[in-house]
Design a protein around this ligand. Structure first.
Ligand code: SF4
Length: 461
């Protein structure tokens, strides 16, 4: 067997450089030039393509006329996490994909212009919105991610007393903890959290509803509850060897690299296999590269066509040197006598012609195709669990942890409880886009506002 040293830690300066934001923003001159290319279309298709309906020509016009603050207000009004979205939205299939300048020339770089305006607002550091006059109604929001923050922001602007319960020590959800910092620095997400807090929203972090506070207490104390708890942990694969040293959970790995200071993840010189092919798998793979891994391979049981990661994520991973092993499934993780990972045993698969329950072709094992992949680390990125315990405590109707809601009112089977974000997105199609979660949070808040219109007094204790 080949003798190798243990994976090590990247030097601090190198780590800081590798995890600094990869793409530079526009300079004022470049932003002015780019905004002046916009045709300010009537019935602009870019607006239709934005899930939050940002008035894109209007904010671009404001940049062109030297009003970045006004541009930031237009963006953040429609999308309370618009600074994060300017960095993580798949713009090529949304606004930029719909821009009329595709074909005759290059589409307007809407994402970068959005980032230019919101970066300006971040540097200016002042609140963009004001809270509404108190209306005597109280709403609890479970989860401080994109959906929860958007709901809370809209409710606070209408005068609802709003409390956000966030299980982690910092709010912001995926944007704060789960998207690699070289694409989305944590301070961007935390600025969005502050924008919500400055409206008087009480953001209580480190509180897990269902464990620290019974869900029934919220139902008693608040006029409405918004469930926006997102997704849970990465589940175990259920194969031999998952307890070995060198096996990591993709979400936790990325989260470690978003904490200030030095990451306790030794991958320098490692050969890494990432299991899964969603956006989290890509993030874990590119993180591994930037932690100094020598070779990173994504192992996926289907093909490029079925993977749920966005195209731009896939392209980015390839540029970073990540390799892909399609139609391959892990069978067991093999360790040495010290309990450290040495190999991943895999087998080859082929896809059946008939689609499975989720519409995707079903893979079946190729007999006798087992092989050993030499690795020093294995990262699990095979989806996330759902908050079924909390959903049960709230007494909500659901399908395998996907909460059932009315499409117009976002109300669940409990008359006081509304739901938004990943808790209502179905399985099989990957995780919800940040921008879709933000829009759902906004719409949920508006449904609550409509429901209570004309009921100025709190009905809760
Ligand atoms: Fe401007 Fe393109 Fe939108 Fe037209 S479609 S308003 S050119 S960004």
């Amino acid at each position: 067997m080949e003798k190798r040293g243990l994976p090590g830690m990247l030097p601090m300066e190198q780590y800081a450089a590798n995890f600094a934001e990869a793409e530079a923003g526009l300079t004022p001159k470049a932003a002015a030039e780019e905004s002046n290319r916009c045709l300010y279309c009537y019935d602009a298709p870019c607006i239709q393509a934005c899930p939050t309906g940002i008035n894109i020509p209007s904010f671009i016009k404001r940049i062109a006329t030297g009003n970045p603050e006004g541009a930031a207000v237009a963006i953040m009004d429609a999308n309370p996490v618009g600074a994060s979205c300017s960095r993580v939205c798949p713009t090529e299939v949304l606004c930029e994909g719909a821009c009329v300048l595709n074909g005759p020339s290059q589409p307007i770089r809407i994402g970068l212009l959005q980032r230019y305006a919101t970066d300006w607002a971040m540097r200016a550091g002042k609140p963009l919105f004001r809270a509404g006059a108190p209306n005597g109604l109280k709403v609890a929001v479970i989860g401080g991610g994109p959906a929860g923050l958007s709901a809370a922001r809209e409710l606070a602007r209408e005068g609802f007393e709003t409390v956000v319960y966030e299980a982690k020590p910092l709010a912001g959800g995926l944007n704060t903890h789960g998207i690699v910092s070289f694409r989305l620095p944590q301070e961007v997400a935390l600025w969005e959290v502050e924008q919500v807090r400055q409206l008087g929203v009480d953001i209580r972090t480190g509180v897990r509803i269902g464990t620290d506070v019974p869900a029934a207490k919220l139902l008693e104390e608040y006029d409405a509850v918004v469930l926006a708890a997102g997704m849970g942990e990465v589940p175990p694969l259920g194969i031999e060897g998952e307890e070995l040293e060198g096996v990591y959970d993709a979400i936790r790995l990325v989260e470690e690299t978003k904490k200030p200071g030095y990451p306790p993840v030794p991958l320098l010189g490692a050969r890494v296999a990432v299991i899964g092919a969603g956006n989290t798998a890509i993030d874990a793979a590119t993180c591994s590269v930037r932690l100094g891994a020598e070779k990173v391979k994504i192992v996926y049981r289907r093909t490029r066509k079925e993977m749920t990661a966005y195209d731009f994520e896939f392209e980015f991973a390839k540029q970073e040197g990540v390799e892909f092993s399609w139609l391959t499934a892990p069978k067991r993780i093999v360790g040495d006598e010290y309990g450290r990972v040495t190999h991943l045993e895999c087998l080859r698969l082929r896809l059946l012609d008939l689609p499975g329950k989720d519409g995707r072709p079903v893979p079946e094992p190729v007999e006798g195709s087992e092989f050993l992949l030499p690795v020093d680390a294995v990262i699990l990125a095979v989806g996330q669990t759902r908050h079924t315990g909390l959903i049960a405590q709230l007494g909500l109707k659901h399908e395998k942890g996907v909460v059932t809601v009315d499409a117009d009112t976002h109300r669940t089977s409990h008359p006081k409880v509304y739901a938004a974000g990943d808790v209502v997105f179905g399985s099989g199609g990957g995780e919800a886009m940040v921008v879709s979660a933000a829009e759902q949070g906004k719409r949920t808040a508006r449904a609550i506002i409509r429901h209570f219109a004309g009921q100025p007094k709190s009905v809760a204790m």
